[in-house]
Design a protein around this ligand. Structure first.
Ligand code: PEP
Ligand code: MN
Length: 331
């Protein structure tokens, strides 16, 4: 249950009631709220005097439930996604920062197409200890410098809580990867910044668990949360993962958060990325996250799925046509 507290209720009174229901206090836009476990379905009598309004939920999807708040808009710095806007943000760049030359070339591509966000990871959550783990802090600094040089925002991922401070300090948008989305150290720290946080769905994560991970960030005080579907593991092995577009439709219908899709990690092969990206644009997603590398064959991670610049330029042209057809603005 979410309880909106009336104005001018003394804090000590709120605190005692919080304890009564094991609630979490959240301040949003000049209002105070108490969030209880969703198992509480009727307003306890002690709350009668302090309650402005209350909402009851089927499950612990509460702050992100559209019954509580209609679509949230998240400010990316150069524009908003979500809300009642029809904006789709294109976020692209290499899987990982690999060198000054490589990330510079990626930034030039972003800039030349008039886009504003450069993506690249520097703390890479690899499935093998023997593969490239990312450039770490050095790469993060390089990414920041390159972003600043071209006036671009950067999105980069946090792999674990040991470097969450640095990623929040250097990044403009914080990415929580599919493998990191259960890490409470990361979730709770990202709740304490107001920078936008893009959280990816784990590949074995139900929609309920995914949105509950987002609720950790929302209930901790950060309202700027973006969901990202990036493929789930199924029995199919011809593609790297299976892009769950049913899940995307469900998230669009059942949450108030912007929904971004990453087709690159989903299929795992560059040949399919343009078709999936166009399909997602046609679905009206709030953003696309696409891996693009100046020389994919040489990429130190996710080589098979990264588009080269020429292929991305073609995709970019075709996305404009699809966006027009479904009345979306590319930002
Ligand atoms: C990435 O975006 O490079 C990445 C590691 O993605 P995911 O967390 O979805 O595997
Ligand atoms: Mn990758």
């Amino acid at each position: 249950m979410i309880i909106q507290v009336r104005k001018n209720i003394p804090q000590h009174h709120i605190d005692s009631l919080l304890e009564l229901v094991s609630g979490i206090a959240v301040d949003m836009q000049d209002n105070k709220y108490i969030i209880t476990p969703s198992g509480i379905k009727t307003l306890p009598g002690q709350f009668d005097d302090i309650t402005q309004h209350h909402w009851v939920f089927d499950s612990d999807i509460q702050l992100s439930d559209p019954a509580f708040m209609t679509k949230r808009a998240v400010n990316l710095g150069h524009g908003f996604i979500g809300g009642d806007l029809r904006n789709t943000v294109l976020i692209f760049g290499p899987c990982a920062v690999e060198s000054a030359e490589q990330i510079n070339s990626s930034a030039v591509l972003v800039k030349s197409l008039g886009h504003k966000i450069l993506r690249a990871g520097s703390f890479k959550p690899r499935t093998s200890p023997y593969s490239f783990q990312g450039m770490g802090l050095e790469g993060l600094r390089l990414l920041r410098e390159t972003g600043d040089k071209y006036g671009l925002k950067i999105i980069t991922e946090v792999r674990d809580a040991t470097h969450v401070e640095e990623v929040i300090a250097y990044g403009d948008i914080i990415q929580i990867g599919a493998k990191a989305m259960y890490d409470h150290g990361i979730l709770r720290r990202c709740a304490k910044t107001d920078k936008p946080v893009l959280i990816k769905r784990g590949f074995g994560t139900t929609l309920q668990e995914f949105v509950q991970a987002a609720e950790f960030i929302l209930s901790g005080g950060n309202e700027n949360v973006i969901l990202c579907e990036r493929g789930i593991r199924t029995f199919e092995s011809k593609t790297r993962f299976t892009l769950d577009l049913c899940g995307v439709a469900w998230l669009k219908n059942n949450t108030n958060l912007p929904v971004v899709v990453d087709p690159s990690h989903a299929i795992g092969y560059a040949y399919g990325v343009p078709d999936l990206a166009r399909a997602c644009m046609a679905m009206g997603v709030d953003g696309l996250l696409i891996e693009v590398h100046p020389n994919p064959k040489e990429a130190r991670s996710d080589a098979a799925q990264q588009l080269d610049h020429q292929s991305f330029l073609q995709l970019h042209e075709s996305l404009k046509t699809v966006a027009n057809a479904v009345n979306r603005n590319i930002i």
